[in-house]
Design a protein around this ligand. Structure first.
Ligand SMILES: Cc1ncc(COP(=O)(O)O)c(C=O)c1O
Length: 251
């Protein structure tokens, strides 16, 4: 709450309370008799690239079942092969009640969807959740083609393999404090010497696109088709940019 994602967009949807990510007790304490659901990202994206621990997500599943409340996963960023599995929750051996998805689902075409059980889906009847472009035929055709492509080319396996290689290579860079992520959703946290926004701009100048989260984290969300050579190129550019910073500081 109150971070860059929310500032300027208030008031937020009523009825939500927040708990500390990866802290099962904090979530349990936030639930009362009026709670109907818990919603989390399996890997926090904008929040700094923090994967849920197995203990946390499996614990939430168990707890929500016990309480008779729903477990909702926001997989807009993590969904469709990004984390090394079709959906990130599949890395945890759990079955959520509702999953939202977008981004990779459309492969660039605008589409978002939620997926749920037949039982819960009964809450929606045709027209009860309409949007101007909902079910747009061109976007739906593109999404179907995209899913086929993602599956045929086994891009979940590529994300797992390249993600592990990328994280391993990033860890060799100077000023790195932490490298974390799941598949090809990767965050690099730098020490105080590095300003992530400055580093991002230096990388853009060298034709590498990244995003900066807060002061010290660079997020990398490369295309799912990325190869080892692409990873090497990207890491070399980041190394060059970091060495430029060091050199300027010494001068
Ligand atoms: C985790 C997560 N949820 C939701 C959204 C917003 O999705 P949409 O633009 O499809 O509403 C984003 C956008 O980046 C996201 O990262």
């Amino acid at each position: 709450p109150d971070n860059g994602c929310q500032i300027g967009f208030g008031p937020m949807t009523d009825g939500f309370v927040y708990a500390d990510y990866n802290d099962l007790e904090s979530f349990k304490n936030a639930v009362d008799d009026d709670t109907i659901a818990i919603m989390v990202e399996p890997v926090q994206g904008e929040g700094g690239v923090h994967p849920a621990t197995k203990e946390f997500l499996q614990g939430l599943r168990e707890f929500t079942k016990e309480k008779g409340i729903l477990l909702l996963l926001d997989e807009v960023q993590t969904g469709w092969m990004r984390t090394g599995k079709p959906m990130s929750y599949m890395n945890y051996g759990i079955q959520p009640d509702i999953v939202s998805m977008a981004k990779a689902l459309g492969g660039g075409m605008p589409i978002g969807a939620i997926v749920t059980t037949e039982e819960i889906a009964k809450a929606f009847t045709p027209g009860s959740h309409g949007t101007t472009f909902g079910g747009h035929p061109v976007s739906c055709a593109a999404a179907l083609a995209e899913i086929e492509e993602l599956q045929d080319r086994k891009l979940d396996e590529n994300a797992a393999e390249m993600g592990a290689y990328l994280m391993e290579q990033l860890a060799t860079l100077p000023h790195v404090k932490d490298v974390r992520g799941q598949g090809l959703l990767v965050g690099v946290e730098f020490d105080d010497f590095i300003d992530a926004v400055d580093l991002k701009h230096r990388c853009v100048d060298k034709h590498l696109l990244t995003t900066a989260i807060g002061k010290s984290v660079i997020r990398l969300v490369p295309p799912l088709i990325i190869s080892k050579e692409d990873v090497d190129k990207a890491v070399a550019i980041m190394r060059e940019a970091l060495e430029d910073i060091d050199r300027e500081q010494d001068a």
